[in-house]
Design a protein around this ligand. Structure first.
Ligand SMILES: [Zn+2]
Length: 250
């Protein structure tokens, strides 16, 4: 009799735990959902470059082109606004689109937005408009829902839930961040080591549109190819589109 009671209590506890996990998952999926990788067992990585567009992208694009690799560039609005003022930036952005890379939103002014939800919403909308205009100038149409968003400094806090719901942002793109942005301190060897040691199927690598990328990017790509890896992007119109490999998950 006692044994039976214990079994029933055990079952109740298990059902309760399973339900809690399910409810918790639903909550996480609906609010403040941050993704770091593609849910896949296939050997695929995503290369992403933040803080452009800038002149450093020219060398990055040359390497990506010669290695036949597609990437995603998370741009700030302040830099995108140079499209109509600086020929070189215009050419770089047109090249990104023509060569099959994807443009993402990295805010307008690249600051910390804690307690500045209204500013963040305005900036994300403003940057998305710039991105849509640049696609349009290249005879392509992109919807807001298809523009990936990455917060500057990969910042995250509860207040982002509100912004996410308000703008119907499916998820915030994060990923593995090393210290490629401190190239002076880090150096090529360590930058490569950081990415190599964090390699796993589906990982999103965060890098930056910086001159120093020309010294390590090709080596990383060649090493990844030797490991049997392919490269995914956020370009819906390209075979490299991430959904061809799997959903994005935390
Ligand atoms: Zn940034």
């Amino acid at each position: 009799m006692l044994k039976k009671k214990i079994t029933i209590i055990n079952i109740i506890i298990w059902v309760f735990l399973v339900l809690t996990v399910i409810i918790f998952n639903i909550f996480i999926n609906q609010h403040n959902y941050e993704v770091n990788r593609i849910n896949t067992k296939e050997k695929v990585v995503m290369l992403t470059f933040d803080d452009g567009p800038g002149l450093a992208d020219e060398k990055i694009l040359d390497i990506l082109k010669s290695e036949k690799v597609k990437a995603t560039f998370f741009q700030t609005g302040v830099n995108l606004a140079l499209y109509n003022r600086e020929t070189e930036i215009k050419e770089i952005l047109n090249r990104m689109i023509k060569e099959g890379h994807a443009l993402g939103n990295h805010s307008y002014s690249h600051q910390k937005y804690l307690f500045k939800q209204k500013l963040l919403i305005d900036e994300l909308q403003k940057t998305n408009s710039l991105i849509k205009n640049i696609y349009q100038a290249n005879n392509q149409v992109i919807k807001d829902a298809d523009i990936p968003i990455r917060m500057p400094y990969l910042q995250h806090y509860q207040g982002l839930n509100y912004v996410q719901q308000k703008l119907k942002i499916p998820f915030w793109i994060r990923g593995y961040l090393g210290t490629d942005y401190e190239e002076g301190k880090t150096g090529k060897k360590t930058i490569l080591k950081q990415y190599k040691t964090h390699l796993k199927p589906g990982i999103i690598y965060v890098a930056h549109s910086r001159d120093y990328a020309q010294f390590w990017l090709r080596d990383l790509i060649i090493w990844l190819k030797n490991q049997g890896y392919q490269f995914a992007s956020f370009n819906k119109a390209d075979p490299s589109y991430y959904l061809n490999y799997g959903e994005l998950v935390n």
